[in-house]
Design a protein around this ligand. Structure first.
Ligand SMILES: O=C(O)CCC(=O)C(=O)O
Length: 250
């Protein structure tokens, strides 16, 4: 049976689910995140940890592939409501790809350029989903996620390098007048979840708050029907990592 969530995902390219996790569950995630940052993060390779300013630990902005480094985050991604929702919305079994921590530290947290995740994933067919769950209140001031409804039905737009660490590619002609008039901002509370199709155009502003962080967790799942061009993906990743190292960003 098709539920309204699946219908909305299919029509709009995203769904917004309030209180996907309870306050107690969010506390448990935040506690484990604190433990991960204190104990696990120091052992991660440079290409999986990004700072706005590498010499200032408080400017930590992204962690990649958390599920590979920690049992708690592996279970959270692989086993439970996030994966179940991914399978329901995509209508297929999924594989777990990447669990990410996203922060925009106050004063320095940069904007997320408009992009389509599918441009990075190199999948055929492009069947994948990204979930994004707020770990604290997120609004227009500290940089909430913004979606362009129905954009997942219009194919991939042209992307080019952005210079933004963690979001290396952005849509070249964004925003058109049409983009600006249709974009919707999604303020969220801790535990609220956004889930978008890999072709849905999205972005977020910089953090303009002088004091508040903007912390969230991301979950990327591919449909088992999607085949990755592994050679193209590996080539792109190693070129990117090499450039980031040369620029002293990682
Ligand atoms: O956290 C953000 O600013 C955006 C995250 C994002 O683009 C994604 O999860 O695909």
């Amino acid at each position: 049976m098709i539920t309204s969530q699946e219908q909305e995902f299919e029509d709009q390219g995203f769904v917004f689910i309030e209180s996907f996790q309870t306050p107690a569950q969010v506390d448990e995630i935040n506690n484990n995140l604190g433990r991960f940052i204190a104990e696990v993060l120091p052992g991660l390779p440079d290409e999986h940890v990004f700072y706005e300013n590498k010499s200032a630990p408080e400017t930590l902005k992204q962690i990649q592939r958390m599920q590979d480094y920690d049992g708690f985050f592996n279970k959270l991604m692989a086993d439970g409501p996030f994966r179940q929702l991914a399978e329901k919305l995509l209508g297929s079994e999924v594989t777990c790809q990447n669990m990410q921590y996203f922060n925009k530290p106050p004063q320095v947290g940069q904007a997320t350029p408009a992009h389509q995740d599918g441009y990075y994933f190199k999948l055929e067919p492009c069947e994948a989903i990204t979930m994004w769950m707020a770990l604290e209140p997120v609004d227009e001031e500290n940089g909430c996620v913004r979606y362009l409804p129905h954009s997942h039905k219009l194919g991939l737009r042209s992307h080019a390098k952005t210079g933004t660490l963690g979001f290396s590619q952005g849509i070249t002609d964004f925003p058109t007048t049409d983009d600006s008039s249709h974009e919707i901002a999604f303020p969220a509370n801790a535990g609220d979840l956004l889930a978008h199709h890999a072709l849905t155009i999205h972005r977020a502003d910089e953090n303009r708050s002088p004091t508040r962080t903007r912390r969230a967790l991301g979950f990327i799942y591919y449909s088992v029907n999607a085949k990755q061009d592994v050679a193209a993906w590996t080539r792109y990743q190693s070129e990117l990592n090499c450039n980031l190292k040369l620029q002293g960003k990682i």
